[in-house]
Design a binder for this molecule. Sequence first.
Ligand code: NAD
Ligand code: DAU
Length: 342
Amino acid sequence: MKFLVTGGAGFIGGNFVHYMVDTYPEDEIVCLDLLTYAGNLETLKSVENKPNYKFVKGDIADRDFIFDLFKKEKFDVVVNFAAESHVDRSIENPEIFVKTNVMGTTTLLDASKEYGVKRYHQVSTDEVYGDLPLDRPDLFFTEETPLHTSSPYSSAKAAADLFVLAYQRTFGLPVTISRCSNNYGPYHFPEKLIPLMIARALDNESLPVYGKGDNVRDWLHVYDHCVAIDLIIRKGKDGEVYNVGGHNERTNLEVVKTILKALDRPESLINFVEDRKGHDMRYAIDPKKLETELGWKPKYNFDTGIQQTIQWYLDNKEWWQNILSGEYQEYFDKMYKEKGRI
Ligand code: NAD
Ligand code: DAU
């Protein structure tokens, strides 16, 4: 089978490309990425010479380019990871989120319809469900939870999901959607909580925790997310949504303290700063459907997965230090220094 993996130079897409190229040498993997600030070919270095792998640079929202590519390559399966993915950036500049996350998705759907793709898979997020209150630990997101978004990012992802389902119902395009909780693991861009805190703690710099640090996220190792997507593509039912999560809820403060302890750094580095606007309180996924219908079971729990991830950042300093020394610095100054967060 021939797979198009969009956004494969990013965090989760990159891990998925590694997983697919290694697990299925008989399949062809074409990675398409625009190489925005979040895309990094260093992430794909160890697969670049594999015979079943190819990289193409381009924009999922560029209709002519996408139609030409689909015509030429005749993909069997499309897995769409490509997106603007950072909530804080969506609060600063919502428009690019509409272009990439919504228009990019509809462009891929149109091309998939035109060229007879056998399965279109949309990588979505638990953020489309909004958030849960902290005082109701009995509540979880199921696939039936209504969409109720908070940020421009999650609104654009929810809009994309609705288009994906509409293309199934209206045009009969074979689609699936996965909605996953927060991922962590290798190649995570250091603007996100876990890699940012690891990098700053290693340099003995203050750790900007939004609000009181009591917001809860449900952490899943990126490897387990990749396995789930692979299962859904191969065994999932056309037109279905599958939630992905491993019941590893932690407050942000717990996560930050775990990182400090692992790196032997003092808690005095923690700095409570101005909160994110519209900050979601708690995410928590109920993954029963994926477990019972498709037999998915996560390999990692957070306590072991986070130690392994911290070790990866210690062993791969060049990968993230190159990012921190580049254009990222400008973003960091705007979002943290100019807002008085550090
Ligand atoms: P990321 O920001 O690390 O990577 C996104 C990739 O998409 C980058 O390589 C970027 O260059 C590429 N890209 C952006 N715009 C593009 C365009 N117009 N055309 C082609 N490529 C483009 O994101 P991530 O954290 O790896 O997330 C991947 C997907 O998974 C996203 O759709 C996100 O919504 C979803 N998701 C993320 C998480 C998480 O915790 N990170 C959890 C659930 C779902
Ligand atoms: O739930 C899935 C989502 O997880 C994905 O759809 C998004 O693409 C992904 O970015 C992630 O969104 P979050 O907003 O949860 O992740 P982030 O790492 O930005 O923040 C995690 C929590 O940490 C959140 O409550 C905000 C807080 N935070 C974040 C940063 C960057 C801080 O306290 N300080 C920070 O500097």
